[in-house]
Design a protein around this ligand. Structure first.
Ligand SMILES: Cc1cc2nc3c(=O)[nH]c(=O)nc-3n(C[C@H](O)[C@H](O)[C@H](O)COP(=O)(O)O)c2cc1C
Length: 304
């Protein structure tokens, strides 16, 4: 690596060796072909969303490939906190010193109980709150209901001494309203964004392609939407933004930095190329050298 370029990124008090990490649900420490050195060269590792107890997920089919991306309706299956702690966490500790745990729950209580447990684990740096799930108490969706989302973030903050990252849903008419509400509720960082709700139909069977009927669209198809959301949000909030959606190469990542993201996550592209995150880190560095920048910080939000 060329030491003349500084890829270090500070997200508040969270210091990353570089701004590239996997997106939740698309990386599994127990099932990766990357070796320990390669895993350690990522800016952070991010877990699949962990719930307090077991979750079964949705009926199949769970995945449908689209022209420029994929629809998934996995339904956030999780073996629960205890199994995460016993089986996954020890591996995570070995592969990277910045561990971000994605959390999912069905109610404020669920999330807060989980936050209490995660709090006790020293090696966890931050909690990423997956807001793209319904609150089963009132059947409203955390991610698209500003009040519910703000209440949840503020409750988790009261229960956590870790950094709290609000992972916003893009399925709203004004992302800046949600971003501001999350910031005011105490979120330390934003992740923009989760998947966009979509649907595909099998015209021979005349049935939805997915067992859950609708699913989350990810991949290159959503990138321009996410870039626009990051750019709009950068103007409105002071907290750092992690951009995620459709990144398949370093150029895509750089687009997000220029629009205002402080760090990026790579999701669906990991399924096509398990080395993509490493290639993106190298590509960002090459770009900075070619453009004569000293640091990744120099290009954040350059596009007005
Ligand atoms: C198969 C699959 C599983 C996912 N699981 C989760 C999850 O457990 N928690 C979460 O917050 N996001 C989850 N996501 C969303 C990704 O983290 C990411 O926000 C989204 O896919 C957009 O990024 P991409 O276009 O790079 O894939 C999942 C996405 C996919 C494709």
């Amino acid at each position: 690596m060329n030491k003349t370029v500084d890829l270090t990124m500070k997200l508040g008090s969270l210091v990353l060796k570089n701004p590239v990490m996997p997106a939740s649900g698309t990386f599994d420490a127990r099932d990766t072909i990357l070796n320990k050195n390669q895993l350690n060269s990522l800016g952070a590792v991010v877990t699949k969303s962990v719930s307090l107890g077991k979750r079964t997920g949705n009926p199949g089919p769970r995945i449908w490939e689209t022209d420029c991306g994929m629809l998934n309706a996995v339904g956030i299956p999780s073996k629960g906190f205890e199994e995460f702690k016993e089986k996954e966490l020890p591996l995570l500790k070995e592969i990277n010193d910045t561990i971000i745990v994605s959390m999912v729950g069905n109610s404020n209580e669920d999330f807060c109980n989980l936050a209490d447990r995660l709090n006790k684990i020293e090696e966890i740096s931050a909690l990423e709150v997956n807001l793209s799930c319904p609150n089963l108490n009132d059947q409203l969706h955390f991610g698209i209901n500003k009040g519910l989302m703000a209440e949840l973030i503020s409750n988790i903050k009261k229960h956590s001494r870790k950094m709290v990252i609000a992972k916003l849903s893009p399925n709203v008419s004004d992302i800046t309203e949600m971003a501001l509400a999350a910031e005011q509720a105490g979120a330390d960082i934003l992740t923009i964004a989760n998947t966009l709700v979509g649907m595909a139909v099998d015209i021979e069977k005349q049935k939805p392609r997915l067992g859950n009927r609708v699913g989350g669209l990810s991949g290159p198809a959503i990138r321009p939407i996410v870039v626009r959301m990051i750019w709009e949000t950068r103007e409105e909030v002071k907290i750092p933004i992690i951009g995620v959606g459709g990144i398949t190469c370093a150029e895509d990542a750089i687009e997000m930095f220029l629009a205002g993201a402080d760090a990026i996550q790579i999701g669906s592209a990991n399924f096509n190329n398990p080395y993509i995150m490493l290639e993106v880190i190298q590509g960002i560095e090459n770009y900075l050298v070619r453009k004569n920048y000293k640091s990744i910080q120099d290009i954040i939000g350059l596009v007005q």
